[in-house]
Design a protein around this ligand. Structure first.
Ligand code: CP
Length: 311
């Protein structure tokens, strides 16, 4: 059976727990001797820009013995009008054993998965999903809280506040699917224009919408800031950046109200001074760079799950 990772929602619970366990394992053991990707070329197709996801997938492929092959989309025949499906088929003909795809259109990874017979990993598709980011975020939380993903409710008693532009965030959607499955209480807060519609919110369970975040600050166990995604905003969603920061920014004043143990997270890239202050990014409670390091381990776990199975 060919395994692809397109969204958290499609992952059976046993596979989700196994991916998280292996992610924590690879975080402690970044150079495994077992090389399930030996002899395989993994094609990285990034139709949208990326630093963390692309480089960490490249590193993860190499750590498991494979060869990453990043197509420079801007210099490729995509610019001559070649379709996504034809691009994928041609890369298989040239030896690709699997794909890591980032694309601006929701459902793009599904198109590739239906076109080829090898594994496809969604590295972010439009507003829809960014499952590897949610897996690395959950792994970062579990590592910090010293919780075992194999137990029934590993995030029991823990709460996470996701703050900001949730409407345009595939990271938020994937975390809203994942964290409640592990038992975390998840709050979302942002301007009404930047929250999912009430209809969409009914498709998530265990999520509570809070208009203003301040009353939650002294009690939550983690706060996740989100980039204001101006590239996906089709109209004015906020009166001004100053007002956005004043009411929903992860400012120094807000971090002063967090518990000493509360983790500050952000998937990156950040707009310092807009959704998060530079000082908050470098606060001792910030785990933003730990998230980035966990990204390689989480992606090794995903690649192993897709291609090789554990040993
Ligand atoms: N978090 C994230 O997806 O970062 P990049 O866009 O740099 O990959």
């Amino acid at each position: 059976m060919t395994r692809s990772l397109l969204s958290i929602a499609e992952l059976p619970d046993s596979d989700l727990r196994s991916l998280l366990s292996r992610s924590l394992h690879f975080f402690s053991n970044p150079a495994p001797t077992h090389k399930p990707l030996a002899g395989k070329t993994i094609s990285l197709l990034f139709y949208e820009n990326s630093t963390r996801t692309r480089i960490s997938f490249e590193n993860a492929v190499r750590a498991l013995g494979g060869q990453p092959q990043s197509l420079a989309i801007g210099a490729s025949s995509v610019q001559k009008g070649e379709t996504l499906a034809d691009t994928a088929l041609n890369l298989v003909a040239l030896g690709a054993s699997g794909f890591v795809l980032r694309h601006g259109v929701a459902g793009a990874a599904r198109i590739v998965q239906r076109t080829v017979s090898c594994p496809v990993i969604n590295a972010g598709d439009g507003l829809h999903a960014h499952p590897s980011q949610a897996l690395l975020d959950a792994s970062t939380l579990l590592a910090e809280w010293n919780r075992d993903p194999a137990v029934a409710v590993p995030m029991e008693g823990k709460s996470v506040l996701i703050l900001g532009d949730i409407r345009h965030s595939r990271v938020a959607r994937s975390n809203m699917e994942l964290l409640p499955r592990l038992g975390a209480k998840v709050y979302i807060s942002g301007p009404g224009t930047l929250l999912p519609s009430p209809e969409e919110l009914t498709s998530f369970s265990g999520i509570e919408r809070v208009d203003f975040p301040d009353r939650l600050l002294p009690e939550v166990d983690a706060v996740m800031g989100l980039r204001l995604q101006t590239e996906r905003q089709t109209r004015g969603f906020i009166p001004s950046l100053a007002e956005y920061r004043k009411f929903w920014g992860l400012t120094v004043e807000r971090t002063e109200r967090l518990k000493p143990s509360t983790m500050i997270l952000h998937p990156g890239p950040a707009n310092p001074g807009v959704e998060i202050d530079l000082q908050a990014m470098h606060d001792p409670r910030s785990r933003i760079l730990e998230q980035v390091k966990m990204g390689v381990a989480a992606r090794m776990s995903i690649l192993e799950w897709c291609f090789g199975g554990e040993k």
